[in-house]
Design a protein around this ligand. Structure first.
Ligand code: GDP
Ligand code: GDP
Length: 437
């Protein structure tokens, strides 16, 4: 089940970032040892009453931009409508709502998404005198909060998570492999999707307010069901708006969150750019299976070593993702495009592969014999056993005598051993170290 997404929208200065930072607090997940990945604070993993969700700050509107504020607000709201399960529409309690707010409210209403109207900066017990006017926006009861004083957060979070059961009706059909095609504008995402779906296939138009399921594209190939995730953002081709880098990254992010397999597209003539590194980092941290797809291969003059050289340079740039297969394709000529499916199936299987505890411990015992666990001040790391606690991605729990002794380098050694024996092609693996007295 993919995590629900909650997006905050609202005019500049209403307090979105303050709210975001307060809710996220320290819980912004920072995954160690992913070199080259700087995680901007666009999103945070939040836990409330055993509900986990991803909170997104869609901020980034320049307050000084006068004329363009409205169009940016609309784009911001559209991103939220396309990607979020619940939208928090935030107003500043010091002011009455503006015509711009009204327009956004109307957009949100039409989307049929759950929207929570939040009035921020209600710092004391007194309600602003115009508080009841907010009802006129037609999106239900306004919830007063103070982000600065952290007031009423509990009630608000209760309301937000209350929508999840309703919105998570998106049944996780185990039979379907969910594929996200991720990459910068012009890398060839639509071309490759159209190639796969068949050039002549009529693609349903995006009508504002259609549900998220409707913007996913289901299809079947060779007896296997697939769904392309969030291709609306790709098809809409709002090139101008997508230039706002943050939005294209946000779209990518939420698509990654919901997929099983991520096709990370690279332009052959460019190689690994900073944006690719960022996106690949997200996919890795989110524990998704990945395939690196080098598109526009037709544009490169090749000698016999091209593939190997190219692949090596990608491996160097994306060192934390050595597990991902690299495919060289051309969406233009169709070269090897359909071979992608074999790989998608492979990595999807690997992503949900389970290894029995018995087999796992045979392998781990041998690894321990070959390379003794580290010791510190006369105490040696003792490994009792390992068990697989989950899939998507494969997750292992390692029971040890002392957690501090389980250095990263040794864990990596064990993980490499797992890969040597069980491959796990295309998927990250996670190891959790637990102490057992
Ligand atoms: P954003 O542009 O919507 O992200 O707004 P910010 O989070 O940057 O906040 C804009 C300003 O409002 C900052 O000066 C904040 O300190 C202030 N602010 C945010 N939340 C509150 C609040 O709950 N009460 C008061 N009094 N000020 C707030
Ligand atoms: P998107 O923005 O990622 O969806 O990219 P598009 O699919 O719209 O492709 C952008 C441009 O690149 C279009 O002009 C395509 O015809 C071209 N293109 C896409 N794939 C290939 C390819 O494999 N080879 C070449 N030479 N051009 C391609």
């Amino acid at each position: 089940m993919s995590k629900p997404i909650v997006a905050i929208v609202g005019r500049p200065n209403v307090g979105k970032s303050t709210f975001f930072n307060r809710v996220a607090g320290r819980r912004i997940s920072i995954v160690e040892d992913t070199p080259g990945v700087t995680r901007d604070r666009i999103y945070a993993d939040v836990e409330w009453l055993s509900h986990n969700f991803t909170l997104i700050d869609t901020g980034g509107i320049e307050p000084d931009n006068g004329d363009v504020i409205m169009s940016q607000m609309k784009e911001q709201a559209q991103v939220a409508i396309d990607t979020a399960d619940v939208i928090v529409f935030m107003l500043d309690g010091h002011y009455e709502y503006t015509p711009a707010d009204e327009e956004i409210a109307q957009m949100l209403r039409r989307s049929k998404k759950p929207v929570v109207l939040v009035v921020n900066k209600v710092d004391g017990t007194d309600m602003p005198s115009h508080f009841y006017d907010y009802y006129n926006l037609g999106i239900g009861e306004p919830i007063p909060i103070s982000s600065v004083n952290i007031l009423n957060f509990g009630d608000l979070l209760d309301i937000i998570v209350g929508y999840f059961d309703e919105s998570s009706k998106e049944v996780d059909d185990e039979e379907v492999i969910k594929v996200a095609v991720i990459g910068k504008p012009n890398v060839g995402k639509s071309s490759i999707i159209n190639k796969i779906l068949g050039e002549n296939r009529v693609i349903v138009s995006d009508i504002a307010g259609t549900t998220r399921d409707a913007i996913d594209t289901p299809f079947e190939y060779d007896g296997q069901k697939y769904t392309f995730i969030d291709t609306a953002g790709i098809r809409r081709k709002s090139k101008i708006n997508e230039k706002i880098e943050k939005y294209s990254i946000l779209r990518a992010l939420t698509a990654i969150e919901r997929c099983d397999v991520c096709l990370i597209m690279i332009e052959a003539t460019e190689g690994v750019t900073e944006q690719v590194t960022k996106i690949a980092g997200y996919a890795h941290e989110a524990g998704k299976a990945s395939i690196i797809v080098v598109n526009k291969w037709d544009m490169l003059a090749k000698d016999n070593h091209s593939y190997a050289n190219y692949e090596n340079s990608i491996r160097d740039d994306l060192a934390y993702m050595r597990y991902a297969p690299v495919m060289f394709v051309s969406a233009l000529t169709g070269q090897r495009v359909m071979n992608l499916f074999e790989k998608i199936q492979l990595v999807s299987n690997e992503h949900s592969k389970r290894i029995s505890t018995g087999l796992l411990n045979d392998v781990i015992s041998e690894a321990i014999l070959l390379n003794q666990p580290p010791s510190d001040k006369g105490v040696r790391l003792k490994i009792f056993f390992m068990t697989q606690s989950g899939v998507k991605p494969p997750t292992f729990v390692l029971f040890v005598n002392k957690k501090e002794l389980a250095h990263f380098s040794y864990i990596r050694y064990l993980e490499n051993t797992l890969r040597k024996n069980f491959e796990f092609t295309g998927t990250p693996i996670k190891t959790i170290v637990r102490e057992r007295k």
